[in-house]
Design a protein around this ligand. Sequence first.
Ligand code: NAD
Length: 428
Amino acid sequence: MATKGVNAFAMAQAQFDKVAAVLDLDEPTRELLRWPMREYSFAIPVKMDDGTTKVFRGFRVQHNDARGPAKGGNRFHPHETIDTVRALATWMTWKCAVVDIPLGGGKGGVICDPHNLSLREQEGICRGWVRQLARNVGPLQDVPAPDVMTNAQHMLWMLDEYEAIHGGHYPGFITGKPVGMGGSLGRKEATGFGVIYTVREALKRLNIDPKTTTASVQGFGNVAQFAIRLYQSLGGTVTCCSSWDHADQASYSFRKKDGIDIEELTGITDRFGGIDKAKAKELGYEVLPGDAWIEQPVDILIPAALENQVRGDNVEKIHAKVRMIAEGANGPTTPEADEVIQKRGIYLIPDFLANAGGVTCSYFEQVQSNTNFFWPKDEVLTKLDNAMTVAYEAVADLAEKRKLYMRDAAYVISINRVAQACRDRGWV
Ligand code: NAD
């Protein structure tokens, strides 16, 4: 999704180049890691409900699989682009490496708008996507998952098609499956909770009691909702969140200064994470322009909607009170905005660390699926908390020791791990 003219892949490469220079990486390793190893772009013809046939464009990018099979979500979005998918696949490589799970980086997408598609048509897209790639993805090659505007049902259709083609049960082919059909308990909470596990540890390090803090969140989808739930259970107050309004083709922020009520708001939110404006007003929320979430006088900002949301043109709107930014979304901050955040000394928990809870739990799902033995929810969440805490501590320690910006410290750890795997395999 190209938003506001910033190319996400150029951004991913710029972040990589900055750290590759610090690490003094050799040229072949740089060349290998700044581009995806494999890319697929293909047509998906689907018979529509009105009898016509529509051809959708699908993508899958496998950035690097030196540490294990590629792993990453499949998104449905009308503005999906190959460059966004490349960027997200690249970030997946770093994400799996920073939490030290034995997986590489992949990402996929289809240019489509599920708002305007029946479930039967969406099933056609899912099955068509798998038919095009059935030999290039799989438990030992590349493992997809849900992402923006895709969910457990889409994953199950994809799995069913894959199993029909290969003639067997391959539950480790895909993650984010429904619980009871190979899904893991805790997966729906995993990304949002993971963000807050890192926030909790960061607050501890900064000697701040979560109960005294306030936060503003961009988005109100899967990541945002579970992040808000766990943050509130630590005693924090969320004063503002935002969402995309499909009818108006615009975003809005929803503010309640004494704290939003998560149950109340989820009750008036559609399955795409869009909050009903009229009902929110009736419940006493101020409905503000889309960008208002960034200007709030809070301690913590959690962008949890899309990439390219904190940019040169709005970064100065971040209130002087803000002490921490935890990136729930992938690539929410452009390099231009990143410089300002670094200069202002705002404590940043970078995306591929903060939101790594999702892929970590997907990895747990794969392990459970492959062994056909499923763990109780508290066991999944305890393992997740441990993995996120260990990863956060390693990044924060390195940042302190080497006086690095948190994003750069996370990159140093990830790039080193992936480069080492490439060297150990004799690729470079
Ligand atoms: P989602 O589709 O469930 O929710 C997205 C939310 O963002 C919705 O509330 C939507 O209304 C809102 N939104 C969209 N455009 C907006 C805009 N311009 N302004 C304000 N709000 C807007 O998606 P999600 O799964 O919660 O993912 C959110 C982000 O987190 C994405 O960047 C995704 O790639 C990333 N992520 C998700 C997971 C996961 O497990 N779901 C894991 C890692 C990273």
